[in-house]
Each structure stands twice: as C-alpha cells, then as structure tokens.
Ligand binder design. Structure first.
Ligand SMILES: [Zn+2]
Length: 203
C-alpha cells in the first residue's frame, strides 16, 4: 500500500481502540496511529522517484502538529505528560527511535523495518519516550505490516530470516490501495467524531 493508505488505516485502528479510553486519548491515538502507520516505510528514501514517501511524511508531521495544538487548546494532557516526564528515559526513547529510523533507512525495503523484531524495538523506543502513545503506535505499526502482507510483494516479517511473507492479493498501487485509503480515512474521521460527541449513533 501507499503512504496515505497506511496513515489512514493506522489512524482508524488507533482511534478504534481509543473508543474504550477517555476523550483526551484521541490526541495520542491520532499521533501514535499515524506515526505507527507509516514509520515502517522509513526504508524508502524520499526522492523524485519516491514522492509518495515524502508526501506521507509531510502529512504525518502536519497531523502531529495539529493534534498537539489541539492538545494544548483542549488540555488533553499529552504535552503536559511530555513536560512532566522530561528526563533520561524520554531522551533515551527519542535517541533509540532516531537510531532505528536511521538504521532502517539503510536496509532493503520490506526487510528489517517490516519485521516483528523492528516493531518490538520501535515500540520500546515509544514506551520510553511517551508511554501513552504506545498502544496506538503499536496498533498503527501492526496495521502497516498487515496491509503489506496482503501485497504481492512480500515482507520479511520474521527478519533476520529472509523468507518473505505475502498473501499475494493485490499490488501496492491501484484500485485496492485507493479503496483502503478512502475507507481508512472515512473510518478514522467517523470514529473520531463519534468519540468527541460530534455525531451520535442512531438506533
Ligand atoms: Zn511498508
């Protein structure tokens, strides 16, 4: 799948599990789900040939900035958590996240960063840096791996083993990608609006 589909499904999955938490947890869900949904593709170098990777990263930065501004406006607590926990674990988490992203950028596409080992390592970094993001980041990351497994081009889920896992059902680009992206964004927006009390289920 392409980056916008990964962001959409990552956010939708994260906002879905936020339904069981507080309204304030929606901020962490939006940030954690969108970052978790796309970080595995840090093994693609943004370039003219890979505009999608650049656009995806800009979208996630934009989403994170808007979510953190909303956090400040609504006192949702995420920024307060970061300020209150400023210290060695937070800095170690950020450093580990940066090292993993840098290392992932120097591996083959769909190898290390698309494995359970990398998912566990990234989750450890997020836990150290900002624990409230962890469940949402993890579900976003898992959604990325699940979507890529559907693809005809497999992923090295059990890296360092090189065996590729693939269901071979669709290509990364095309109709399936568009349908998943639209469904993901629609689900994310509806679930968010429902949790925020902007819409109500009519029974
Ligand atoms: Zn991927």
């Amino acid at each position: 799948m392409m980056s916008k589909a990964h962001i959409a499904v990552g956010m939708a999955a994260a906002v879905a599990i936020a339904q069981t938490g507080s309204v304030e947890s929606c901020v962490a869900a939006v940030v954690g789900g969108s970052v978790g949904g796309i970080i595995a593709d840090c093994d693609i170098h943004p370039s003219r040939a890979h505009k999608d990777a650049l656009i995806g990263r800009l979208i996630v930065v934009g989403i994170a900035v808007v979510a953190l501004l909303a956090d400040r406006y609504a006192n949702a607590g995420l920024c307060d958590y970061l300020v209150a926990h400023l210290g060695v674990p937070l800095l170690a988490g950020i450093a580990l996240f940066a090292v993993l992203t840098f290392a992932g950028g120097h591996t083959d596409h769909r190898s290390f960063t698309h494995s359970l080992v990398a998912m566990a390592a990234f989750c450890a970094a997020v836990y150290l840096a900002c624990a409230p993001l962890l469940p949402f980041f993890a579900v976003g990351y898992a959604s990325h791996l699940a979507l890529d497994i559907v693809n005809k081009q497999g992923i090295q889920l059990f890296w360092p083993l090189h065996k590729e896992v693939s269901l071979g059902l669709c290509k990364a680009k095309g109709m399936a990608n568009t349908v998943v992206m639209i469904a993901g964004f629609a689900a994310a927006v509806l679930l968010l609006a429902y949790k925020l009390g902007l819409i109500a289920l009519v029974i």
